[in-house]
Write a protein that binds this ligand. Structure first.
Ligand code: ADP
Length: 307
């Protein structure tokens, strides 16, 4: 069983409009509504690939009920702390020129009491499900909680030999890596912000080595990725594809990594599978979804070399 943590989930509304610009009024060509927050995207992809998955975090109000119903419908086991506030909405506007604009609600304030309830739940889940050895914690931290929340979760998990993938940004990532998560998967902006640099794809291998983390994947969108797995560095090169909606590609990559790791894939197979999951998300309309036929096909077109 794989566990995903989403502290700040959302209902994600993706609107597809033609010729999107500031100040206009637009009718959607089509829209997609999914339960979101990075961790829930990871959960959906894990489920689509037939894994047993459990999701936890905070849910509240009518939006929270909507998300719980969707998780039940997808047979994703869910055990969230119910809060007074209303789970947020996040809006993505995708247009025919390839532009992609996001508006993210701040979301509810989580009190220390609720966080305490969450910690208890997290502990219970891990105690009662001894088969959970791998956890992803993703996304932003809700208002009201301290920046070191992820650090606390990682420190707790490390004690029990549970591996945590941390996929976050800014202060949450900076703080979290102090507790040495098993893997981080920043994109180029996130790694630059973490290192306080403006590096390009060629010159940050030494920099990521200095972070002294066991595993790091820096995902580079259409340019593939660079990975450090233990002491090996890899450049992952991908072919050009017809992208429809890249939102959630990083989350899908994490789902792919979790599966490959659970199945004991070697580095190359693991990275190819994770990358193919990211790419496969980018060609679907729905955030955090993958096309299984595309996945099978594209995996053979990804090239990896040691660097
Ligand atoms: P994030 O969603 O975290 O910002 P990326 O955009 O880097 O992460 O995407 C993660 C992975 O998904 C990439 O390494 C790549 O394999 C795939 N991917 C994302 N965007 C594209 C794209 N435009 N074309 C091809 N592959 C993509």
């Amino acid at each position: 069983m794989l566990l995903t943590v989403t502290l700040n989930p959302s209902i994600d509304r993706s609107y597809y409009v033609e010729g999107f610009n500031k100040n206009g009024v637009y009718r959607t060509k089509y829209e997609k509504i999914t339960s979101g927050g990075k961790g829930l995207n990871v959960s959906r992809v894990l489920k689509k690939l037939d894994m047993d998955v459990m999701a936890t975090g905070f849910l509240g109000g009518k939006s929270g009920e909507y998300i719980k119903d969707e998780l039940d419908r997808l047979s994703i086991i869910n055990d969230f702390v119910n809060i007074d506030g209303e789970t947020r909405n996040c809006i993505a506007i995708l247009s025919d020129d390839g532009s992609h604009t996001e508006i993210l609600e701040k979301g509810p304030v989580i009190t220390e009491e609720y966080f305490y309830l969450f910690l208890k739940k997290f502990e219970n889940i891990l105690e009662q499900n001894s088969d959970i050895k791998f956890v992803s914690v993703s996304g932003s931290i809700p208002q009201g909680l301290k920046d070191n929340v992820y650090k606390r979760l990682i420190m707790y998990s490390n004690k029990f030999d549970i591996k945590i993938i941390l996929d976050s940004s800014g202060e949450y990532l900076k703080n979290g890596i102090e507790a040495k998560p098993f893997l981080i998967k920043p994109n180029l902006d996130e790694i630059n912000s973490l290192l306080n640099k403006n590096l390009n794809q060629k010159n940050f291998i030494e920099e990521i080595e200095n972070l002294e983390l066991e595993n790091i994947i820096v995902s580079l969108g259409e340019d593939g990725a660079i990975a450090k797995l233990k002491n090996n560095f890899y450049r992952i090169m991908i072919p050009k594809i017809n992208v429809i909606n890249p939102v959630g590609s990083g989350d899908s990559m994490i789902a792919g990594f979790m599966i490959g790791y659970e199945k004991d894939y070697d580095d190359i197979r693991l990275l190819k599978f994770a990358t193919a999951c990211g790419m496969s998300n980018a060609i679907t309309k729905t955030t955090g979804d993958i096309d299984l036929n595309f996945l099978k096909d594209i995996i053979n077109k990804i090239e990896i070399k040691n660097v």
